[in-house]
Write a protein that binds this ligand. Structure first.
Ligand SMILES: Cc1cc2nc3c(=O)[nH]c(=O)nc-3n(C[C@H](O)[C@H](O)[C@H](O)COP(=O)(O)O)c2cc1C
Length: 185
């Protein structure tokens, strides 16, 4: 039931550190590429970070956090603690087209759909996931681009943190759709 899966998906931020099986990550990625995308440009790329690469990511995150929050050492420490327990990261990018702003925008939307596919599929694989942009997500930090050796024509849209949940994720609420809807007849 798709609507059930959508309602039950939660942001999982606490992981127990167990490694994630490669075939499960592959299954997430195989689902990701079935996202809708205009003119079948398939405008995405995925970088999977584990093992030694994860250590390089942690070093970049530490530098970023210390620079960004020089007066908040506790926050830096807590954020890094969380990062150390994440076994795998998937960075999702969208292809940008220098002379076509509209298609670039559509590519970003499509890549977001792919990222959401990963998030939804994670639950099916018994995995927790959260899409991060801020903080340890490093999405807007040039260090991440360098670390990935990511070309300029790929916009980094999200860091998906994947692992086995250490605890029940927090319950969240939504405003009823009726309050967010205008019907025009
Ligand atoms: C584009 C995007 C960026 C997000 N960035 C962050 C982030 O940087 N840090 C974080 O903890 N959660 C991040 N989230 C997760 C949201 O905070 C989370 O979805 C929200 O709290 C609602 O919780 P739920 O998904 O469990 O209903 C992001 C989600 C999206 C879609």
């Amino acid at each position: 039931m798709i609507s059930e899966a959508i309602r039950q998906r939660r942001a999982v931020r606490q992981f127990d550190g167990r490694p994630v099986e490669k075939q499960k990550i592959e299954a997430l990625l195989e689902t990701a590429v079935w996202a809708p995308n205009d003119r079948l440009r398939e405008p995405w790329h995925f970088y999977v970070i584990q093992g030694e690469a994860k250590k390089r990511y942690e070093a970049a995150a530490e530098k970023f956090l210390k620079e960004r929050f020089p007066a908040k050492p506790k926050l830096v420490e807590e954020s890094l603690k969380v990062l150390y327990t994440i076994p795998a990261l998937i960075i999702v990018t969208a292809d940008t087209l220098p002379d076509d702003a509209d298609s670039t925008e559509d590519n970003i939307y499509a890549a977001c759909c792919a990222a959401y596919n990963i998030w939804l599929s994670a639950a099916e694989q018994g995995l927790g996931c959260v899409w991060r942009t801020r903080g340890i997500g490093l999405v807007r930090d040039e260090r991440l681009r360098k670390l990935l050796d990511c070309p300029e024509n790929r916009k980094i849209i999200g860091t998906l943190c994947i692992g086995y949940a250490a605890e029940e994720p927090p319950v969240t609420k939504r405003t009823a759709a009726a309050e967010k809807t205008t019907w025009l007849d």
